[in-house]
Design a protein around this ligand. Structure first.
Ligand code: ADP
Ligand code: MG
Length: 222
């Protein structure tokens, strides 16, 4: 489902000079429906590892396959299809500023071609679940950090992705909201979604037992 074989990642250096390696020789796999914490100090490479999995960057070395698609040999159309099956909660949310909370969350369903009637019902239900029933028409700039994070979470899970990647998704949530989010993510994984959550929140990790991918200076340590 997710398979890394000796994957390395280097970013182009700013200015002339060699590439800057940030991830080294990563080999691991996560089965369908698996739940993994992604932990490690700031700068260890967590966001870079997630970016590989949401196809924002390609491996510099090694092989990566996602949902049975080999990224190195996939056609453009295959990659586009793959992207629609991956839900992402970005660390900086990346909500579209000119769209309401409702329309931000509806976006993946519209891209999927669902009927407006079904979209309305699903989005209203999802935004109620994250406690934003009163904010359907609000643009992101009028929402608090925690509210924006909850819109981002709703958008990532609304289309039932097969792979869900979340980058510090509780950074702006209070403890009650963080626990609810964790229960949602674990429920998704029970229903077959593979879930990978990068976090600094040790309390959360200790309360929800699951295997960890631990990065230290770009290397996986077990
Ligand atoms: N676009 C980029 N270009 C060059 N270096 C980067 C880029 N993004 C991240 N890095 C570097 O990669 C390393 C890992 O960063 P990151 O993946 O964001 O770690 P984490 O999410 O664990 O804090 C850091 O040293 C960071 O400075
Ligand atoms: Mg990060």
């Amino acid at each position: 489902m997710v398979r890394f074989e000796q994957v390395g990642l280097s970013y182009p250096a700013h200015g002339p000079g060699p590439l800057a390696p940030v991830l080294y020789d990563l080999s691991f796999s996560v089965p369908e429906g698996g739940f993994r914490w992604l932990v490690g100090a700031s700068g260890a490479g967590k966001t870079s590892l997630l970016r590989l999995m949401y196809l924002a960057v390609r491996p510099s070395t090694g092989r990566l396959s996602l949902l049975e698609v080999d990224i190195g040999s996939a056609r453009r159309r295959q990659l586009a299809g793959l992207r629609r099956r991956i839900g992402v909660v970005y660390q900086d949310f990346r909500l579209l500023p000119h769209l309401s909370a409702f329309d931000n969350v509806a976006l993946p369903l519209r891209i999927d071609g669902r009927s407006e009637g079904q979209i309305r019902a699903d989005v209203v239900e999802m935004l109620r679940w994250v406690g934003l029933s009163g904010k359907l028409d609000s643009p992101p700039e009028t929402l608090s950090g925690g509210e924006q994070q909850r819109v981002a979470i709703a958008r990532a899970v609304i289309a039932r992705p097969r792979l869900l990647l979340a980058d510090e998704p509780t950074g702006n949530l209070d403890e009650v909201q963080a626990e609810r989010l964790l229960r949602l993510l674990q429920e998704l994984s029970r229903l077959g979604t593979t879930v990978i959550v990068a976090t600094h929140n040790r309390g959360l990790v200790s309360r929800h037992d699951a295997p960890s991918l631990r990065l230290d200076h770009g290397r996986l340590v077990c």
